[in-house]
Design a protein around this ligand. Structure first.
Ligand code: 475
Length: 833
């Protein structure tokens, strides 16, 4: 039947009937056909890379069929759609995810086995799509998975970086950055769409004209035009019905401007402009939560925002012509942080200068189209651009921003008459010797909703970051707690646990994660505990092999695997973890019978290349690791592993094998965290502060199934106000003093005394801005509780099971349903069969 049904609520699609249609014979034939016809090789000659590509091509056939059906349904229904604008999409690998979501994993595995090929091996051939730094980019990837799974009309828009996040090597304990070349041998999942190229103006000047009706008209004469070429990555929903797209823009030189130079014999000059244009999408900025303030970064942001807006408008006009009245009821744009906030003045420019609407009409459309997500309160991450740089690159946009601000200041005047200080505080323009454009303020003023990413974070956004905006527009600021896709972060990455869960409670939990609650009924069941912990053990064995291969270090899977995996940042406090490891080491040296279950501390972290102290911490972890791992005296009770090049595909191997999850940020600093959710879902117990989503995780699992320690947000505030002095802890705690002094010797850096001193200094003279010393004792005490709990194997098994069982809230499907209800007001659109 060819009927299309609209359902009022996001529907949970019934899983996987593809399996019946697609048997392994068909898959096998398709793989062999692609080996022959697309790759020009055969079964005897093909290496793993060729098998991987042929298998991708076979899978892509199914993907593209569903993509066509989805696009047709969306077109025929003329649905309202969400457009997720993000400078980052940290997708990782796509093969396993696509196979699972299409419901053809097992058949493909069997088909390949019959061809003498191992699916797990060939999946290792796929480079990660690392077009993001960390949490913010991975959240975008989880969200587009959920959007497709819930049959919601959605497009992801971003940049097609030629080089994603750098590859990290460790040489003599130090981080070395190497370029990431994820596309050197092509990307079998992406489709180039030259028919949808956009042209984007930059630089130049603005001319003021007087139109026939006496109205002032502005005309921007750009100094450079670049082309945006879209690449589409299909995003397969679970159940394989809806396939949405992630559209990523690549910059190219536009021949338009270069011809004159070229014809005049200036071939090389023309090439220079080409290089400049193509630089825009060359490389992802590797800064996590700091703003570099670089011109190229602003151009990147404008480039992808402008391409995406033009793309949206082209599609809107196809259905609605020049009638703009329905724009904001058909289009909602979610700004993933302020990185795409330039889209706000860009839409205003199009509505004013191109469509020639009056200001109020244009503003009504624009401000009902955008919504903004804030991901961090760290002041160094809040984007500000020098007005002078803005004027050079985007002169017309700066004018529009001034006008937005002028009108906003009139509103402020109404609420706080005569209050100059208030105007200075709220202004989109920061006055001073160098005027700055505050992108956060612009985003709040130009959006109809603003959300934080966990309850406490959203409360702090209201209380500390934007209190006056909350007063002016009650209800505009809201919360949507983050989530993760259980398809990638349990079903695909932990097949053994997934199968056990299927056997116990059935197989619809990937679509309805609250079903995991039923596992709580087996938390005390000795047989289930044994099965659950046996799987954890086997996952640890597999990780031990990986650790050996990557670092040469032997670890015992019977030890506690204690994991801290995330970007390296002082506020995340990897150095608190390290100080505690040194404390354990010291205790073991002082007392060889010191009672502790053997522990392996595992780190994975990249530091921004320009972040000196973060790199020093990586070096310190590696040096301490080398010393401890080679010290016979610790008697196998302590190992430290730094896994190089932490990324999505490595996370998928670490997380199923973790016993303990370190979530130890200074309270008030981690907006949400999402690794905390992934680890708990896979049965790791959290040791963590009352920060970000840890608080909501604790609410779900119960205080008895999590190890909470440290100062609360209010206590940190109070400490800050009374005046925090790290020397109080150094002088009064002998263990802290001994450890910090140890860092200054050459004990961990033979022949190089003082090589780790920067760490000590940041914690003492540097003022210990993240209160590491204040939380040390409480952290150490919490670790003693972890140790005691692990020794009681029955108790630990129960706690681990309850962690998995209680993670239902943290599926990104729930986050997306919250966005739909509170912000987007979207309807699901089923795809015709
Ligand atoms: C938070 N990245 C996590 C996660 O909401 C939270 C900033 C500037 C430039 C480049 N990248 C960034 C972030 O701000 C970021 O990743 N924030 C993170 O967003 C998702 O779970 O707590 O730190």
């Amino acid at each position: 039947s060819k009927t299309t049904t609209k359902t009022p609520k996001a529907r949970l699609s019934t899983p996987i009937d593809k399996s019946i249609k697609l048997d392994k014979k068909i898959i096998k034939d398709a793989i062999v056909r692609h080996l022959h016809c697309s790759l020009g090789t055969d079964e005897n000659k093909a290496n793993n890379h060729a098998w991987w590509k042929a298998t991708c091509a076979a899978v892509q056939e199914q993907v593209l069929e569903q993509l066509r059906k989805t696009q047709k349904s969306h077109y025929l229904n003329d649905t309202r759609a969400v457009h997720y604008f993000s400078a980052e999409f940290l997708m990782g690998r796509l093969m396993s995810n696509n196979l699972h979501n299409l419901g053809m994993f097992e058949q493909t595995q069997q088909a390949l086995t019959e061809l003498g090929v191992n699916l797990t091996d060939i999946m290792e051939e796929e480079p990660d799509m690392a077009l993001g730094n960390g949490g913010l980019g991975r959240l975008a990837a989880c969200f587009i998975d959920s959007l497709a799974t819930l049959d919601l009309p959605a497009v992801g828009y971003g940049l097609h970086y030629e080089h994603g996040l750098f590859r990290q090597e460790i040489k003599n304990g130090e981080q070395i950055e190497r370029p990431d070349s994820w596309r050197d041998y092509g990307n079998p999942w992406e489709i180039c769409r030259p028919e949808s190229i956009q042209e984007i103006p930059l630089y130049g000047y603005v001319e003021t004209k007087y139109g026939d009706n006496g109205r002032i008209k502005k005309e921007w004469h750009p100094g450079l035009i670049v082309k945006g070429l879209p690449w589409d990555i299909p995003v397969v929903g679970y159940g394989g019905k809806t396939v949405n797209v992630l559209r990523l823009w690549q910059s190219q030189a536009s021949d338009y401007f270069n011809w004159d130079v070229f014809n005049a014999g200036g071939y090389l000059d023309a090439q220079k402009e080409n290089v400049q244009a193509e630089t825009i999408s060359k490389v992802l900025y590797p800064n996590d939560e700091t703003e570099a303030g670089k011109e190229l970064r602003l151009i990147q942001q404008y480039f992808f925002s402008a391409c995406s807006l033009k793309d949206i408008i082209r599609r809107y006009k196809r259905a609605h012509g020049d009638n703009w009245s329905r724009f904001s009821s058909q289009v909602v744009i979610q700004l993933n942080d302020t990185h795409p906030a330039i889209a706000i003045p860009e839409l205003m420019r199009i509505l004013l200068d191109r469509a020639e609407l009056d200001w109020d009409t244009a503003w009504a459309i624009s401000s009902n189209t955008f919504a903004y997500t804030n991901h961090t309160l760290l002041p160094e991450a809040l984007e500000k651009w020098p007005a002078r740089m803005f004027e050079k690159i985007l002169p017309r946009h700066l004018e529009i921003i001034y006008e937005i601000n002028h009108r906003f200041m009139l509103e402020v005047e109404k609420v706080w008459p005569g209050n100059v200080a208030m105007k200075q505080k709220l202004s989109i323009i920061e006055e001073g010797s160098d005027k700055m454009v505050r992108m956060g303020n612009l985003s709040v003023v130009g959006s109809f909703k603003v959300n934080g990413v966990a309850e406490i974070h959203s409360a702090l956004v209201k209380k500390n970051l934007f209190p006056e905006f909350d007063h002016m527009w009650p209800g505009k600021l809201t919360n949507v707690t983050n989530g993760i896709t259980p398809r990638r972060w349990l079903k695909a990455c932990n097949p053994k646990l997934s199968n056990l869960i299927d056997d116990k409670i059935g197989s619809d939990w990937p679509l309805d994660l609250n079903k995991l609650q039923e596992l709580a009924n087996y938390a005390d069941n000795a047989k289930f505990q044994k099965q659950f912990m046996q799987i954890k053990f086997e996952n640890k064995q597999a990780l031990a092999i990986e650790i050996k291969a990557l670092t040469g270090i032997d670890v015992d899977p019977k030890a506690i695997f204690d994991v801290q995996i995330k970007r390296l940042h002082e506020y995340k406090r990897q150095h608190l973890n390290l100080l505690h490891i040194m404390a354990l080491y010291r205790r073991l040296l002082a007392n060889p019978n010191y009672d502790m279950h053997p522990r392996v501390f595992i780190f994975g972290a990249k530091a921004a290349p320009g972040y000196k102290l973060a790199k020093d911490i990586i070096y310190a972890i590696n040096q301490v690791a080398t010393r401890i791992n080679n010290d016979k005296r610790v008697n196998g009770k302590l190992k430290v592993v730094f896994l190089p090049n932490y990324r999505v595909s490595l996370a998928e191997k670490i997380i199923p094998a973790a016993d303990v999850s370190e979530q130890i940020s200074t309270a008030g600093k981690e907006a949400s965290g999402t690794g905390n959710m992934k680890l708990s879902l896979n049965g790791a117990l959290t040791i963590g502060t009352l920060d970000g989503a840890n608080i909501e995780i604790a609410e779900e699992v119960g205080d008895e199934n999590i190890f909470i320690f440290g100062l609360t947000v209010d206590e940190i505030d109070a400490l800050h106000k009374t005046g925090y002095n790290p020397f109080d802890y150094y002088d009064n705690n002998r263990e802290i003093k001994a450890i910090l002094d140890w860092l200054e010797t050459d004990y961990f850096t033979p022949g190089k005394p003082g090589a780790l001193a920067s760490l000590k200094h940041s914690l003492l003279e540097g003022g210990d801005p993240y209160k590491v010393l204040a939380d040390f004792e409480s952290y150490s005490a919490a670790h003693e509780k972890v140790d005691a709990a692990y020794k009681d194997t029955t108790r630990w098994a129960k706690m681990a099971i309850l962690n998995s069982a209680k993670m239902g809230k943290f599926t990104s499907d729930r986050s997306i349903k919250d966005y739909v209800e509170r912000i987007w007001k979207l309807e699901a659109c089923k795809v015709d069969e």
